[in-house]
Design a protein around this ligand. Structure first.
Ligand SMILES: Cc1cc2nc3c(=O)[nH]c(=O)nc-3n(C[C@H](O)[C@H](O)[C@H](O)COP(=O)(O)O)c2cc1C
Length: 177
């Protein structure tokens, strides 16, 4: 087997970021409530386990959200709908102070089980309790146990691919895994 000619050793963070960006994902807003109300756009959200029901998010150690998740035992995840690009952009701005001001421009509702803020109109919303955390380089992996969820079967999700927000436009085909 021949070596691929355009494979390069990893020296360039920008190239790594671009390569990571070829993996299309949905877009979520991770939220904390109580004494540390805060929200942050994240596409590292992943489902982990059905039994127990676990999800994960990877949070930059420099993010305000990292401190919030360290201080609180619960968090929310709102999976954004295709029309919620503004919310994705809003919550990807760094907020140095915690508090309700961050939520003035985007409508949120309070989770029934944990009280965490959840984005109104999101296509799925999860309320989670912190299950475990794992050190991972410049990020920490936070695993949450899903306590409650709600979903909207009719709306399409917002996507991010190659550093750009996208919408689903092509014909849909069943996955039979
Ligand atoms: C589409 C998108 C996805 C993002 N995903 C993540 C992520 O998974 N983890 C992360 O730490 N930051 C992620 N970010 C960056 C944070 O949203 C951004 O750094 C934010 O300013 C952090 O806010 P905070 O410091 O106020 O908590 C993402 C940004 C965008 C636009």
């Amino acid at each position: 087997m021949q070596l691929h000619p355009s494979t390069t050793p990893l020296t360039d963070t920008k190239a790594l970021r671009r390569a990571f960006g070829t993996f299309a994902t949905g877009v979520t807003v991770v939220t904390t409530g109580g004494d540390v109300p805060h929200a942050m756009t994240a596409n590292s959200f992943t489902s982990v386990s059905l039994d127990p029901p676990l999800v994960l998010v990877c949070i930059d150690k420099g993010a305000v959200m990292h401190q919030c998740l360290t201080m609180t035992g619960t968090f929310g995840v709102s999976v954004l709908a295709a029309h919620q690009e503004d919310a994705a952009r809003h919550f990807s701005n760094r907020y140095r102070s915690l508090g309700a001001a961050q939520f003035e421009e985007v409508e949120v509702v309070q989770g029934m089980f944990t009280g965490v803020p959840l984005v109104e109109g999101a296509i799925a919303r999860f309320e989670c309790e912190l299950w475990s955390r794992h050190d991972a380089g410049d990020h920490t992996i936070f695993i949450g146990k899903v306590l409650a969820l709600c979903q909207d079967a009719d709306s399409e999700g917002l996507l991010v691919y190659r550093g750009q927000f996208r919408e689903i436009t092509s014909e849909l085909r069943e996955v039979t895994a």
